[in-house]
Write a protein that binds this ligand. Structure first.
Ligand SMILES: *Cc1c(COP(=O)(O)O)cnc(C)c1O
Length: 390
């Protein structure tokens, strides 16, 4: 590791979180581990490994290239693409045995130019229904009937039929109940069509944990696997964050009263002040929106001061500190802790925005309580992973 800023990721935490989710649901419910966006910033291959050890049956990612990365690493499990692909990409998806999300009959007729009826290989499909999120999916019975006709073809297998909730994390459950009722109605369309539909599913992390009766045949778990759950709700299972973020002071100096600090003179010392420089900035995902938050040094909270730069930020120190002193941006030092939830609240978003924003420039180091602490640069995971999931 060449740089003094790194994320530490506990594979045992990811595994434990997933095991606790697993235990909270009936055995018949399949577990889909959602590892899009590089496993919510935690590493996709490493997340898969931990999720598989905890009993995940399925994987999901958002995009085709994310799925191809997993296949290239030798992962053989079913992978659902949560976002539709372009019709002309169908042969590529088929070659890699990817399961596709389909949202219209129009897509099917366009796809047929690239996969004629008589061509080899069965296409695995999950149909996405829009019950109120308004993002992607079938909304009406007419659209469904038109699509269902296409799904009767010999080379199509309807592996799933699903929807996604808009308000699973809100205290008020009214809208979620409306969506669930709408989905129940749509499931009847599915049954009435006579098609064999293997899995009905609707719940992401929060819905699966809050409303286990909505788990159906499968739940899609992303956020909770990484220890994230809406702050305002009481979490019914034990979840712990798996990632902490650290750096080291690269310069310490004394600023005289009245001197400016950082771009645009945005900060001015009110007194003689000790200032430390930390090598992380907005190019690493530590956005200028993080201005006003704290970091930990020697077990104490200290504020970020001045504008956050692209590669560095400055903090106000209570006194002189040695260069090289550990700075924690997410995680604990002594009894002080900076949480994803606190940072997310500050930027008006959710924990997963903070974790997915952590840039590729930040090295990830992995450790496993039961195995030896392992450095990323030893690169032993992909090989082990192949063995774990074949
Ligand atoms: C990202 C995503 C999930 C995972 O949601 P979490 O709340 O992170 O568990 C589930 N389903 C769909 C359709 C998604 O896009």
């Amino acid at each position: 590791m060449l740089r003094d800023t790194w994320a530490e990721i506990s594979l045992s935490r990811i595994r434990e979180n997933m095991l606790n989710i697993r235990k909270s649901l009936p055995n018949t419910v399949k577990l889909m581990a959602v590892v899009k966006a590089n496993g919510y910033g935690h590493g996709d291959l490493e997340s898969v490994k931990a999720a598989v050890q905890a009993g995940a049956d399925y994987l999901a990612v958002a995009y085709l290239d994310e799925a191809l990365r997993l296949r290239d690493a030798g992962i053989k499990m079913p992978i659902l693409l949560l976002t539709p692909i372009r019709p002309e990409q169908v042969q590529l998806a088929l070659k890699h045995r990817l399961t596709l999300t389909v949202t219209s009959a129009k897509w099917f007729s366009e796809m047929r130019a690239y996969k004629p009826y008589a061509s080899a290989g069965k296409l695995q499909i999950h149909v996405k229904m829009d019950t109120g999120l308004g993002r992607i999916g079938i909304r009406t019975k007419e659209e469904w009937d038109e699509l269902a006709m296409c799904l009767r073809a010999e080379d199509i297998e309807v592996d799933g039929f699903y929807t996604h909730f808009a308000t699973a994390g809100q205290a008020d459950t009214g809208f979620l109940e409306q969506q669930a009722a709408r989905f129940a109605q749509m499931k009847e369309w599915g049954r009435a069509s006579g098609l064999t539909i293997r899995h009905y599913h609707c719940a992401g992390s929060t819905a699966a944990l809050r409303f286990p009766h909505l788990a159906m045949d499968m739940v899609r778990i992303g956020a909770a696997m990484y220890g994230f759950y809406p702050e305002k709700l009481a979490c019914p299972v034990k979840l712990e964050p798996a990632l902490s973020l650290h750096s080291r002071l690269i310069q310490v100096k004394k600023l005289a009263k009245g001197e400016y600090l950082g771009y645009d003179n945005a900060y001015r010392a009110e007194e003689d002040e000790w200032i430390g420089t930390v090598p992380i900035g907005y190019a690493d995902g530590w956005s200028q929106r993080m201005q006003g938050t704290d970091v930990l040094i020697k077990g104490q909270r200290v504020p970020i001061v001045g504008k956050i730069c692209m590669d560095q930020l400055m903090i106000k120190l209570p006194g002189p500190h040695a260069e090289g002193t550990l700075v924690t941006l997410i995680g604990a030092q002594g009894d002080q802790r900076i949480t994803f939830a606190e940072l997310a609240a500050h930027i008006g978003s959710v924990s997963q925005e903070v974790s997915t924003s952590l840039g590729a420039r930040i090295a990830r180091t992995y450790f496993d309580m039961e195995e030896e602490r392992t450095a990323w640069d030893k690169q032993i995971w992909p090989k082990e992973l192949n063995q774990a999931v074949i």
